[in-house]
Design a protein around this ligand. Structure first.
Ligand code: B1M
Length: 211
């Protein structure tokens, strides 16, 4: 819709006031909060990335975009998402893989899982295969979730699955992967159980993994 476009354009321009006005307008119109995040905020972030690739933006603009996104999430989105009495659906351990510090998408997935009744242990960013394995031993989660935003770091997902196998834990936990460069095909190739295209898809896949 036009208001989502307004938000994504303002995010792409790093125009905080414009993005804020667009978000407020969308919420005033009764738009779905999650669609606003995906079709407004996230799409704006993709455009920021495209400008970075074209040499129009540099690292400081990527940092600023991240701050803008987080600030809008905190002020407008989080207060509108009610978290269930957690944990009744199952436990998910989640983290961004080694060498990768992108956490906005991973945080959004963790948030939507919590909103939908999962308990989530978030290991943070730059998580080594050893730390994923230790966490699976310690928390005995139903599901292990990995996020990667770089074409280089997504290869770490395979290392984590291999490490789970070596530790004899692969059949004890379901694995879901996601992040901008990750595809369904890649997920299958490395032996993951599921792929999440976005946060809502990730929640649906996690529910299915427990059936
Ligand atoms: Co970076 N960056 N970045 N960056 N950055 C990308 C990813 C890039 C695509 C931009 C571009 O060039 N077009 C590009 C990667 C190119 C590639 O490998 N193909 C890139 C680069 C190159 C880099 C650096 C190398 C830049 C440099 O230093 N020269 C560097 C790497 C740092 C590192 O990790 N080692 C870097 C750094 C950063 C910042 C730290 C400055 C900042 C991140 C801040 C933060 O996360 N706290 C940043 C940002 C903001 C971006 C872009 C612009 C936006 C990412 C984002 O937050 N999107 C990004 C452009 C893009 O994504 N196209 C880019 C919003 C978020 C809601 O979406 O993360 O996709 P996303 O998550 C989605 C889905 O992917 C999915 O659900 C989420 C919700 O819908 N999902 C899952 C994610 N994880 C999932 C897990 C699941 C299931 C679904 O299951 C467990």
């Amino acid at each position: 819709s036009r208001v989502f476009e307004k938000v994504s354009r303002a995010v792409a321009e790093l125009d905080y006031a414009g993005a804020e006005a667009g978000v407020a307008e969308a919420l005033g119109l009764g738009c779905d909060v999650y669609r606003l995040v995906e079709e407004g905020l996230r799409r704006g972030m993709v455009e920021v990335g495209a400008r970075f690739e074209r040499g129009e933006y540099f690292l400081p603009e990527l940092v600023e975009a991240g701050e803008l996104f987080n600030s809008l999430m905190e002020r407008y989105v989080l207060p509108r998402l009610s978290t269930h009495a957690g944990g009744r659906r199952g436990l998910v351990v989640i983290g961004t893989v080694r060498g990768d510090i992108h956490d906005i998408g991973k945080n959004l997935v963790a948030l939507m899982l919590r909103v939908n009744g999962f308990e989530v242990v978030d290991l943070g960013v730059d998580v080594s295969p050893e730390r994923f394995v230790e966490a699976v031993k310690k928390y005995r989660p139903d599901i292990l979730g990995m996020s990667a935003l770089l074409t280089t770091t997504m290869l770490e997902m395979r290392n984590v699955i291999d490490a789970l196998k070596s530790a004899g834990l692969r059949d004890k936990v379901k694995v879901i992967v996601g992040g901008a460069p990750v595809t369904e095909e890649f997920a299958r190739e490395i032996g993951a159980d599921a792929y999440g295209r976005d946060a809502v898809d990730a929640v649906e896949k996690c529910i299915r993994l427990l059936e």
